[in-house]
Design a protein around this ligand. Structure first.
Ligand SMILES: [Zn+2]
Length: 194
C-alpha cells in the first residue's frame, strides 16, 4: 500500500482557496460551447425530450454511484476537490432553477429540483436567514451502501452550495453531517451563510 499512500499524501497537499475557486469559475466560463450545450440539455429535460434518441435520459443509478464511491474510497482526499467542482456546476446549472431571494425560499426551491431529478427526496429540518438543515432520503449516491465510514455526497453538497450561493449573492458552505455510507439512515446537510 506504500505507493497508494504516497499518492494520497500528494493529493492531501492540494487545497482550493478562494482564488483557485475563482480560477475554476473562469475556466468553466471559457468553455462556452460546453455550457451552451448543457443548458440546451437542461431545456430538453424540462420539455420532456430525450437527450439520447434511443435510450432517453434515465439510467441505472449503480453506474454513476459506484464510480463515485470507489473514487472516494480509494482517494478520500478528492472529496474537497469534488465539492469545489460541484460548486461550479451548481452555480451554472442549479442556480437558474432555484427561485426566491431569501435562504428559506431558495432551499425550498432546491427540494423541488431534487424531487424532479429524483436524486433523493428532500426534507427541510430547519431554515432561517443564516442557516439551514435538510435531509436527503433515498440518496442516489449512497442509499443502501454499508457503513464504509465516509460521508461521500460532496456532489450534492457542492451543487447545492453553488446554486444557493449564486442565487443568494453571498458565500455559503454546505457540509454533509450524516450519510448512508456512514451508517446513517439518510444524508443530512448543514447550510451556513458565511
Ligand atoms: Zn450521503
Amino acid at each position: 500500500m506504500m505507493r497508494l499512500e504516497d499518492i494520497r499524501r500528494q493529493l492531501a497537499e492540494i487545497t482550493i482557496d478562494d482564488a483557485a475557486y475563482e480560477d475554476m469559475q473562469q475556466k468553466a466560463a471559457e468553455a462556452a460551447t460546453l455550457s451552451e450545450t448543457i443548458n440546451y440539455h437542461y431545456a430538453m429535460l424540462s420539455e420532456g425530450r430525450p437527450i439520447r434518441p434511443r435510450l432517453g435520459n434515465e439510467m441505472q443509478i449503480l453506474y454513476m454511484r459506484d464510480r463515485q464511491v470507489y473514487s472516494f474510497l480509494l482517494f478520500p482526499e478528492l472529496l474537497d476537490i469534488e465539492y469545489q467542482v460541484a460548486k461550479v456546476i451548481g452555480a451554472h446549472y442549479v442556480a437558474p432553477y432555484l427561485s426566491g431571494d431569501t435562504l428559506p425560499e431558495i432551499v425550498q426551491g432546491n427540494v423541488v429540483m431534487c424531487d424532479e431529478h429524483k436524486y433523493a427526496f428532500q426534507e427541510i429540518v430547519e431554515v432561517d436567514e443564516t442557516h439551514a438543515v435538510y435531509r436527503n432520503h433515498e440518496c442516489a449516491d449512497c442509499f443502501g451502501l454499508p457503513d464504509i465510514g465516509m460521508k461521500l455526497c460532496v456532489y450534492e453538497a457542492g451543487t447545492a452550495a453553488g446554486g444557493i450561493e449564486e442565487r443568494l449573492g453571498r458565500a455559503v458552505k454546505v457540509t454533509e453531517t450524516k450519510c448512508c455510507a456512514h451508517g446513517d439512515p439518510y444524508c443530512e446537510f448543514h447550510v451556513e451563510v458565511l
